[in-house]
Structure formats: C-alpha cells, structure tokens
Design a protein. Structure first.
Length: 413
C-alpha cells in the first residue's frame, strides 16, 4: 500500500505567506537580471569603467536621499499599496527599457535615469515590504518564515545573474522583458495579499518623525547591537570585492573560477537557510549570532590565505551560510521587537546601514588592497571582524543573552 502523502507544512498554510515571499523573490530575481543586463549594455555603449561606477551611483544616491522619508511613509500610509505602486513603476520602467533596446534607442544617459527610478522605487518598496511577514505569521513561526524567504531570495541571487548572462546573448531587450514580467507577477502577488494591521497613529512629517527610527534604536541597545554588528562585519569582511583579483592573480582560475567564487556565498546561504526553515534556532539565539559572525571572520581569513580554488569556494560558502544566521537573528529583532507603527522607519534604518556597508565595504577593501595587496586586505578584514565581535559581546550583553527568537516582543529588547 503506498504511503499517504505528507500533510502540507503549517507554515505555508498561512494566507498571504506564499505571496509575500514569492513577490520578494521575484523582485530580487528581476533586479539581478537587470543588473547584469545594465552592466553589459552600459559597457558596450561606453567602453568605460567609470560609466559602470555611475550606474551604481545612480541607484545608490536615491536610496540614501529617500530612505528615511520612505520609512515614514510606510508607517503612515497603506504599505501594500506603496509596494504595489513601486512594483508597477518598476514594471513600466523595465518595459520601456525593453522597447528602447529592441528599437536601438536606449543610450547610457537614459539608462542612468531609469536606474535612478529603480533606486527610488526600492527605497520606498523595501521598508514597506519588510513589514509584511510579522503581519502574516505568528511570532512562533517567524524564524521559519524568515529562513524560507531567505532561501528563495538566495535562489533568485544565484539564478538571476546566471540567466541574465545567458539571455543577454539574445539581446538586452530580452533581459528587460523578463524583468518586466517578473515585476508584473510580483505586483499581482502583492495586490492579492490580505493583511490586517492595527490602526497606526498619524504623524506629521517633521524631522523628529521622519528620523524616528534612529531615536527608537538608541533606546533599544539589543537591536542596535545586532544591526551595528552586522554593519561592521560586512564593512570589514568585504572579500567579495576582491574576487576578480583572487580568481585571476592568486588562484589562476580564469572566468569559470570567478563564476564559482561569486556563486559560492549564495549557495552556502541557500543551504543554511533551507536547514533553518525546517529546524529553526532554538535556545541562545544571541550566542548563535555572535558565533556566526566569528565564523564569518574566520572563513574570511582562511579565504585570504587560500591558494586552492576548492578551499576558496568552500570558505566563501561557509561565509555565506554564517551570514544567514546573523541575518535571521537581526531580522527577528527588528520586526518582532518593533511596534507596528515604527516598523517602516526602523526597517529603513536597517536597510540603510546594511546596504551602505556592502558598498562601503567594497570600497574599503579596494583601497586597502591598493595599499597592502589583496591577501593582506582580506585577512585584515577578517581579523577586524573577530575583534569587533569580541568588543560587541562586552558592549551589548543583552544581545549576548538573547534566547528564543519566537519570544521576542517589543518589551523584551
């Protein structure tokens, strides 16, 4: 007699959960495909390395300029409507890029302007989107939901660049068309969600209200410790910026080796996130976070010293897996430890800190490598991560003593 099919996971039975994580993954996938296509197309049009830098600047500046007003907007207005509006604008922008590419009308200046539109949309979309999970799943299931969402995000991070590179051979317009379709499905998924949120008090857009997330974090040392620990770990451990140098000059692996190195952190993150989706952290979540950041630092050091492509890929996979644990603990603290009326603004601060640290970390690693060489720069970054971990354990005892993630409330952090 055949075995009866296993009952569906209670996690996926929560209304709206599949739509939330699916929309987030599709947006991330579209963004990855677009980034590959934009990079190739801008370089093909300009043959300038500086032009590629302007692409990053065009996306980063709107994020910095609008992230705090966007967080305030997420706490004052319908978050679902904000996200759907942003995804619809992204859909239209991607469709225009596809049309302009197919008709050979798209130039570098137009791309910079469209990338700035995407950056502005992401600034408003992401703080509002980050508030959806705690509105859909109960605290007991939040760690598993976060791990599942992270798993799909990592799949998008792996598949997006790979598929984008393959499709670019058919033309940039094909890539942008896929982005437009992905944004359209994401917008429909977000629109279909049924989210019930408590009534939030209205506040005028004063400076105190707009920057209220920073003031809130100053009163929550455990949450501040988690966000700042992640910030410094990413800032100091920016080994990924050095991957082209390691692949070419140290590992002598060529383009295929660079592809492996770039995929390794996402693969490690996907594996760990998949495990945590089924077996979430139990006790001592704070200790797990500090341990994961320490592992991140050690893996960075060993990667710096490695002259073997296999060892380097393994260290980067471990580095990516360790980062997922830290991200999960930080996500639970930010979302469960923040009252609903503040989640948008606190998520905005979190996004700004972590997003900026990625870009500044690449800049810091590049400058250090120019002065002392890539190996010394990466190893020093790993050592710095371990030093910061030790200091933070003393500065933030509440984070070190944090126990179960599902027990986090606005009163416990």
């Amino acid at each position: 007699m055949p075995n009866a099919p296993a009952p569906p996971s209670p996690l996926l039975r929560h209304p709206g959960l599949v739509a939330v994580i699916g929309a987030r993954a599709l947006s991330a996938f579209a963004g990855q495909v677009q980034a590959v296509a934009v990079g190739w197309q801008v370089y093909a049009l300009t043959h300038s390395a500086a032009a590629l830098g302007f692409v990053g600047l065009a996306q980063f500046l709107p994020m910095v300029a609008f992230i705090f007003p966007a967080g305030h907007a997420a706490d004052q207005h319908n978050r679902q409507r904000i996200v759907v509006t942003c995804q619809t604008i992204e859909l239209l922008a991607a469709a225009f890029m596809a049309y302009a590419s197919f008709t050979h009308q798209l130039n570098a200046t137009m791309i910079y302007g469209l990338v700035a539109i995407f950056g502005t949309c992401k600034a408003f979309e992401m703080p509002a989107q980050q508030t959806f999970l705690p509105s859909i799943v109960p605290p007991a299931l939040f760690p598993r939901a976060t791990a599942l969402s992270s798993s799909l995000f990592q799949v998008a991070s792996i598949a997006g660049p790979s598929l984008g590179g393959l499709l670019y051979g058919l033309g940039a317009g094909v890539c942008y068309s896929l982005c437009a379709i992905s944004f359209a499905i994401a917008a429909l998924a977000t629109w279909s969600m049924v989210i019930t949120s408590p009534a939030r008090p209205r506040q005028r857009a004063t400076l105190a209200a707009v920057f209220g997330g920073i003031a809130f974090l100053r009163r929550k040392p455990t949450m501040l410790g988690a966000i700042s620990l992640d910030l410094f770990a990413v800032l100091l451990g920016g080994a990924t910026a050095m991957l082209p140098i390691f692949a070419t000059d140290i590992l002598h692996a060529g383009p295929w080796g660079l592809g492996l190195l770039r995929a390794a952190p996402a693969i490690g993150a996907l594996l760990v996130a998949a495990v945590l989706a089924r077996h979430p952290l139990g006790r001592h979540a704070g200790r797990w976070m500090f341990a994961s950041v320490a592992v991140f630092g050690v893996a960075t050091i060993l990667f710096g010293f490695s002259h073997s492509i296999a060892v380097s890929v393994l260290m980067l996979a471990i580095l990516g897996g360790a980062d997922v644990v830290s991200v999960m603990v930080r996500g639970a603290l930010v979302q469960l430890g923040t009252p609903d009326e503040m989640r948008g603004r606190v998520s905005a601060v979190n996004m700004l800190f972590i997003g900026s640290s990625n870009q500044l970390g690449e800049f810091e690693s590049g400058m250090l490598a120019a002065v002392m060489g890539p190996v010394a720069a990466v190893v020093l970054g790993g050592v710095g991560t371990l030093v910061v971990t030790g200091i933070w354990m003393g500065l933030f005892p509440g984070l070190r003593k944090l126990d179960r993630l599902e027990d986090i409330t606005t009163d416990t952090v």
